[in-house]
Unconditional design. Structure first.
Length: 622
């Protein structure tokens, strides 16, 4: 028969001095002494433990028990925070025990309010072997005597009914089981202990939140001090401290450049990059400047969405979209933090949590806003370093280009000049008939120099925005047919097949006839030049809506991927030895690109090394 009334409740039992999961017994008594030293809990607030210790001492003294123990549930473990009893048993307090050790007596305990009583006569000692010590009681047996196997514990729960701790008492001074008056007194102390544990846990959670947030902030500051010279390096450095410091499931840092373009890096817990939908990026980009201006962070999604931020008109409409977008990403909530320096917003930071994760505390929000300043400064510094390195590379490229131009022009002009000079010396001693071959060589050298000069003059003219473009209707069909007629003999001499395919309809573009003819001629002559014997060159033109598209395809030597990136740069020559055997100045394709841009069009290349090349020219139609 259970000595009390009420619903069944969870309790716990004790173990022997040499084995057992969470308790020990003082010889000659029954009851429970929960173990587990607070040094193993990571609790940093010693004042909270002092309050709990004082409370336990009050229970023991005022209610009349020689032993009292208060254990707190921390990460599924029962950890002793306060103890009153014989000193020889303190060594057992250094061990923790899982909460599930309470389960064996779940169906045996009777509830006395918050307390649960397990009478010795209500269970078989053999069933709980390994969790209980069998000892002989001291003194004379009485009907209401406290039995060595009796256990009396209070289950302490928070407002949601979750177990947060256990208050156990043992060895009553009277030697008897508690009467009604003692039970009422025990209930009052259990209520105080319950509130004390809840307060201590909440306080410790806040202390830990502050510690984690401060740790994250220090590491973010370290990112600036470490001198990372790229935005990506800074973001990669701060990801782990941010997700660990704020117990987040992922981080997203997005940086907005002065020209309005943005770059972002979103990472999950595994540090893998995550691609985000465009509408999510646009939402955050629209939100960040307003948050920075008002120096606010905002919680997106979930029941904790920051309603206070709705007072900012621009933010209110954006917040209404956030819940839907977060649900699509499988997230419960997100903390949006603006990043910036001074009056300038440099971007934003978003920390995400899963559905069911803890809410974002006030401490975390305040710390995140401070991190927004620190990280904004780090990103600004990294952006400046990136721009400086980019400028240095561009200057180096310009210097290399200048050297290449000088070398190319020197080579292209020196050879024909040497031919002309040598032949002039020979002409002095020859009659008119003998001089004919030398005059022809000088004419070829002069023509080559003239082509280089004409190419330079044309490139200068079409690249100069101050030089006006006089537009007249240009028939692309007629221009292509003329180009095909000019190169057909050269193609046939090399053993090439030349195809011309022009679509029906009007193929007229507005522009300069000479420049368009030169552009088409350069593409066609290049295709013939770099296609071996037996190959094919195809030229086509078609109308697509408001555009005329011209393609020049060949089955030639092709262009490598690395060369394609610089193909339209003036004086660029490929590194392909097979292509270098063909004469050229490296100006032809740069003229094509400049003329196309000047006429409001564009030129693109698609090529596979060893298989052939296709140039696609697109011009706006009349």
């Amino acid at each position: 028969m259970c000595p009390g009334e009420g619903d069944r409740a969870v309790t716990a039992i004790d173990t022997g001095a040499s084995a057992g999961p969470f308790a020990t017994r003082r010889e000659g008594t029954g009851g429970v002494v929960l173990r587990g030293h607070p040094e193993h809990t990571g609790w940093s607030d010693s004042s909270a433990r002092a309050v709990l210790q004082l409370l336990v001492e009050s229970v023991a003294e005022m209610v009349g028990f020689r032993v009292a123990v208060l254990s707190v549930v921390i990460e599924g473990e029962l950890v002793t925070m306060a103890y009153v009893g014989p000193e020889e048993h303190r060594e057992w307090l250094s061990q923790t025990d899982p909460v599930h050790v309470l389960d064996p007596v779940l169906e045996r305990a009777c509830a006395w309010g918050r307390f649960c009583f397990l009478a010795a006569e209500d269970y078989d000692v053999e069933e709980l072997k390994g969790h209980w010590v069998v000892v002989a009681p001291d003194g004379e047996e009485r009907p209401d005597a406290w039995h060595p196997h009796d256990a009396l514990l209070a289950t302490l729960r928070d407002d949601a009914g979750v177990l947060v701790g256990i208050l156990s008492v043992d060895d009553p001074v009277s030697g008897c089981r508690p009467d009604a008056a003692q039970r009422r007194l025990l209930e009052r102390y259990a209520a105080q202990a319950e509130r004390g544990v809840i307060t201590a846990v909440e306080r410790e959670e806040m202390v830990q939140q502050i510690a984690h947030a401060e740790s994250a902030r220090r590491l973010v500051r370290d990112a600036s001090a470490a001198g990372h010279d790229s935005l990506e390096a800074v973001v990669a450095h701060v990801h782990r401290p941010l997700v660990e410091g704020f117990d987040a499931r992922g981080s997203w840092v997005h940086v907005v450049e002065p020209d309005g373009t943005g770059r972002g890096w979103a990472r999950d817990l595994a540090d893998e990059l995550v691609e985000l939908p465009t509408e999510v990026v646009r939402l955050a980009e629209g939100l960040a400047p307003h948050l920075w201006r008002h120096q606010r962070v905002v919680v997106l999604g979930g029941e904790e969405a920051d309603r206070a931020a709705l007072e900012i008109p621009q933010v209110a409409s954006l917040l209404q979209q956030s819940s839907t977008l977060l649900a699509r990403l499988g997230l419960g909530s997100a903390l949006a933090v603006p990043l910036g320096v001074g009056p300038t917003c440099r971007g934003f930071l978003v920390l995400a949590r899963d559905p069911g994760d803890p809410v974002w505390s006030t401490v975390e929000r305040e710390s995140a806003l401070e991190i927004g300043h620190d990280l904004g400064a780090s990103l600004t510094t990294a952006a400046v370093l990136e721009r400086e390195r980019r400028l240095v590379r561009e200057l180096q490229q310009l210097d290399d280009h200048r050297s290449q131009v000088i070398a190319t022009l020197s080579h292209e002009l020196r050879t024909p000049l040497a031919v002309i000079s040598g032949n002039l010396e020979l002409l002095g001693d020859l009659d008119l008939a003998e001089a004919s071959p030398y005059r022809a060589a000088m004419a070829r050298g002069t023509a080559r120099m003239q082509n280089v000069v004409e190419d330079l003059l044309l490139l200068t003219r079409v690249s100069d925005p101050r030089h006006p473009l006089v537009r007249v209707p240009v028939d692309v069909r007629a221009a292509l047919e003329e180009v095909a007629a000019l190169i057909r003999n050269t193609a046939q001499a090399k053993g090439l097949t030349l195809d011309l395919g022009v679509g029906a309809g009007r193929l007229v573009v507005p522009g300069d006839p000479h420049e368009i003819d030169r552009m088409l001629s350069n593409l066609a002559s290049n295709a013939v030049k770099y296609t071996p014997a037996g190959g094919r060159v195809t030229m086509t033109a078609h109308r697509y809506g408001g555009e005329v598209r011209v393609q020049v395809c060949d089955t030639g030597i092709g262009i490598g991927e690395q060369d394609q990136a610089a193909l339209f740069r003036a004086f660029f020559r490929t590194t392909n030895p097979e292509a270098l055997r063909q004469p050229g100045t490296g100006l032809g394709l740069s003229i094509v690109a400049a003329v196309a841009e000047r006429h409001g069009g564009e030129v693109a290349v698609s090529s596979v090394l060893g298989e052939g090349t296709t140039f696609t020219l697109t011009l706006p139609a009349t």
